[in-house]
Design a protein around this ligand. Structure first.
Ligand SMILES: Nc1ncnc2c1ncn2[C@@H]1O[C@H](COP(=O)(O)OP(=O)(O)OP(=O)(O)O)[C@@H](O)[C@H]1O
Ligand SMILES: [Zn+2]
Length: 607
């Protein structure tokens, strides 16, 4: 069944056919307006409302505003929701280390049919249901050490006021009209679907459930009017959608023709009433996307679009899963253009965490429990594993076996063990005190250059959102440290005494300086672990909190600084016997045994 729009125009709402003369004039004016908005430096798409000048007339730096999707509260969070939020938190922490003012926005999307149905299923009212599930998100973010700045709920009065104002502005611009619509609807996507994108039996390709035929008299947003503007915007700002292969996808959608979409529902009560027609509620996506702006509105202010926009818009980065790319890279920019508001600078659509090749999601119910993972392994392990092991942008599968092996190998062995054995040697041979400044200790060694290069590499990767590669570069510092220790064998040089012993003491300073740098460079990903490393190096929590990326420069540790008592900063996770018996290849077992033997021999040598 082909979707069909019947243009039954009502009252003051005029036809939004681009050929309509009034619309055409308006369209040209908007085009001119758009050119003003966009004829700016490459990649910079500015906001017409935002004024970046403060009262003294000086121009403060733009904040770095990043968002996660506002999660749909049809069910509690799962590892997929946590994944985007962990990535956003790492990026936010990195930007803070660079000294940027960051506004990290997350929240919950609480309206719509699916929510009303979920509440009814659970025997509660929609608002009670939303309170409970929204709180579950907040609790999980706390457990995962997510340091967000704003948490917006789309049921907040300030959000409702801003949505209504936005709707009215788009209406006044002539981009909303009323029409009959008939099409196939996926309740789980809350979206009408094109028949050609559906699977057999008209099943949604994401939710694998049949779409239902719907016919409604709805308000429509004139998306088709923005086809050319969107095309030009993407050509002029190719970085707007990332990774770049997703840009092709978006350009493909636009080229294949944009159809106006319905932005109201007559059949859904649980939503924001359409201004001037309270028989309809605003479509959940038209409502939820505005949460990125209403989140900026301060509670003390009278909510208004203008004030919210001038408090940080445009967003620097929308971080989303690829499932909602069309809403963010096509619908949202067009809606903003219509309202005369600047576009976000970047939309990054990452891949899916999958289970048996299928997207893990609430609707399919094939989810992985983040609470359980955090409870069993701690937040650092969870954050590290997903950011390091899933290439940001691509899909990735989870297995507990691999999880344990990776975090043990990288965090417990490569990083934790290096710190622990170095501090052990320092305690035994130097009363836990550094003999010399790290800058002096590194004179004439190539090791310092290696570390500095890796730090630069890590920074570049963080900036490009290549989070896995950023972790890799930091891990390589520790790998280099382990090789340095093995080559220089300070434990045996201490036994020789004299100059050899002095050189060994310097080697320890060198390694500990590398550990200090790792503690800063990996802190966006594993903040707790990094704090524990910093603490072991004799710093206070306040000093850790004040650390900046510029502190990754070699030379922070000074002679005379006293280190804390060595204690493991990351406890090894033991493989469940069941898992080992469940088929760990014999070769892998042998390698593990050999490693264990080598570690024991090493410990004896160092004692
Ligand atoms: N499997 C996943 N892998 C990566 N990210 C995910 C995954 N599932 C959800 N997300 C994140 O959550 C966003 C979608 O949020 P939503 O609240 O709709 O969750 P959902 O579990 O996908 O819901 P549903 O299964 O009902 O579609 C995605 O865009 C992405 O940011
Ligand atoms: Zn669907």
């Amino acid at each position: 069944m082909a979707a069909r729009i019947n243009y039954s125009i009502q009252n003051s709402l005029w036809l939004l056919n681009p050929l309509h003369s009034k619309a055409t004039t308006h369209f040209r004016n908007r085009l001119k307006f758009r050119q003003n908005l966009f004829s700016l430096s490459k990649g910079a798409v500015f906001c017409s409302y935002a004024t970046n000048t403060d009262k003294s007339g000086t121009e403060p730096a733009d904040p770095f505003v990043l968002t996660t999707p506002l999660y749909y509260v049809n069910a509690p969070p799962h590892m997929g929701s946590a994944y985007t939020t962990i990535a956003a938190d790492a990026i936010a922490r990195f930007q803070r280390l660079l000294g940027k003012k960051v506004i990290f926005i997350t929240g919950t999307d609480e309206h719509g049919e699916k929510i009303a149905a979920a509440a009814a299923d659970g025997g509660s009212s929609p608002s009670e249901h939303c309170d409970v599930v929204s709180q579950a998100y907040k609790t999980l973010w706390k457990d995962l050490d997510i340091a967000y700045d704003k948490f917006i709920r789309t049921t907040e009065p300030k959000h409702e006021a801003i949505v209504k104002e936005f709707y009215s502005s788009v209406l006044a611009n002539g981009d909303i009209y009323k029409a009959d619509y008939e099409g196939l609807y996926c309740v789980n996507c809350e979206e009408y679907k094109d028949e050609k994108e559906l699977l057999e039996n008209q099943c949604c390709p994401i939710h694998l459930k049949p779409c239902v035929a719907r016919k409604e008299d709805n308000y429509f947003f004139a998306l088709s009017k923005y086809q050319k503007l969107l095309e030009d915007t993407l050509t002029e700002n190719p970085d707007f959608v990332q990774p770049s292969f997703r840009l092709n996808e978006v350009q493909g959608w636009i080229k294949s023709g944009l159809r106006d979409f319905s932005i109201s529902r007559a059949s859904v009560d649980w939503g924001i009433p359409v201004p001037n027609d309270n028989k309809q509620t605003i479509y959940v996506w038209f409502d939820a996307l505005l949460g990125y702006i209403s989140a900026l509105s301060e509670d003390r202010d009278q909510p208004s679009l203008r004030t919210a926009v001038s408090s940080g818009w445009p967003a620097s980065l929308h971080l989303i899963g690829k499932d909602i790319l069309r809403f963010h890279a096509v619908y949202w920019p067009a809606m903003l253009m219509s309202a005369g508001i600047g576009l976000p600078k970047k939309v990054f659509g990452h891949g899916f965490l999958t289970k048996d090749g299928m997207k893990m999601g609430k609707s399919l119910g094939n989810t992985l429990e983040p609470n359980e993972l955090v409870h069993n392994f701690g937040s650092d392990a969870v954050r590290y594993f997903f950011l390091k092991e899933v290439e940001f942008g691509n899909d990735g599968d989870y297995s507990e076996d691999r999880f344990i092996k990776i975090v043990n190998a990288h965090l417990a062995n490569t990083i934790g063990n290096l710190l622990n054995r170095t501090l052990g040697l320092l305690k035994k041979n130097c009363q836990s005190t550094l003999v010399v400044d790290s800058a002096v200790a590194a004179e004439g060694t190539a090791f310092k250059d290696t570390v500095e290069k890796l730090v630069q590499t890590a920074r570049g990767h963080y900036e490009n959102l290549s989070l896995s590669s950023a972790c890799e570069a930091v891990l390589d510092i520790s790998n280099a440290g382990n090789s340095y220790m093995d080559e220089h064998a300070p434990w045996s040089r201490f036994k020789q005494g004299g100059a050899a012993s002095e050189a060994a003491a310097k080697d320890l300073v060198i390694i500990l300086e590398a550990m200090r740098i790792i503690a800063i460079a990996l802190s966006p990903v594993t903040p707790n672990l990094c704090w524990r490393i910093y603490e072991q190096l004799g710093y206070s929590n306040e000093q850790f909190g004040n650390a900046a990326w510029s502190d990754t420069k070699w030379g922070g540790l000074k002679g005379g600084q006293v280190m804390a008592q060595p204690k493991p900063v990351f406890g090894r996770i033991e493989l469940k016997t069941g898992t080992e018996d469940g088929g760990e290849p014999a070769a892998a077992k042998q390698v593990a045994k050999k490693k264990e033997k080598k570690a024991k021999a090493q410990a004896v040598a160092e004692a």
